[in-house]
Design a protein around this ligand. Structure first.
Ligand code: MN
Length: 211
């Protein structure tokens, strides 16, 4: 399954105690025509950068938390010894940093089919097409800003499709292990697809080689 690809810390190391924007492992135009160059450039260099910057700002008061991978902060979110307003900022901006770091990897043109995950999807959903249909349905219905994820429930290891609001990350408090996520915030598609979210979702599958 995907964890073989995605092992380790997808966000890279925090440098000098600061969280840093991971480099995109491919060019901004690599996903054309499905995800356009301008959207990729803004999404990575502006939106993702802003999550990183605001996460660093939220951690300023807490030297003991600086330099910890964002995964660790999110896994332990409820127990972090921070003020509640800062916990919310870590949830939002740490989640944004974490989610986007995975999102870029899922769309990497160098990805190969994940046979094991494919088999598991067939056993759970009947077919990969049926899985995609249910995933698309969930992403289409998500109201407002958020993400649709294929996750593994850490309580029972079951695969589930789940919507998350805003930048809530599946690994928050170790509830779910993320396997594949789709950003359905308007900033992810509006330049090319405007209000036609289903067209964006359909196009996105062309850049996912894992299934
Ligand atoms: Mn985004």
């Amino acid at each position: 399954m995907l964890s073989t690809h995605m092992s380790g810390h997808p966000t890279g190391s925090a440098s000098g105690g600061k969280q840093t924007l991971p480099e995109l492992p491919y060019a901004y135009d690599a996903l054309e025509p499905y995800i356009d160059t301008k959207t990729m450039e803004l999404h990575h260099s502006k939106h993702h950068q802003a999550y990183v910057d605001k996460l660093n700002a939220a951690l300023e008061k807490y030297p003991q938390l600086q330099g910890r991978p964002v995964e660790e902060l999110l896994l332990d979110l409820s127990n972090l010894k921070v003020e509640e307003a800062d916990r919310t900022a870590i949830r939002n901006h740490g989640g944004g940093h974490y989610n986007h770091s995975l999102f870029w990897k899922y769309m990497d043109p160098a990805n190969k089919k994940d046979e094991l995950l494919g088999k598991e999807l067939v056993s759970v959903f009947g077919s990969v097409d049926e899985f995609k249909k249910q995933f698309n349905d969930s992403a289409t219905k998500l109201f407002g800003s958020g993400w649709t994820w294929l996750v593994r429930d850490t309580k029972n290891s079951k695969l589930v499709i789940q919507n998350f609001k805003l930048q809530d990350a599946p690994i928050m408090d170790n509830l779910y292990q993320p396997l594949l996520g789709l950003d359905v915030w308007e900033h992810a598609y509006y330049l090319k697809y405007q209000n036609k979210r289903p067209d964006y979702i359909a196009a996105w599958w062309n850049v996912i080689k894992l299934l």
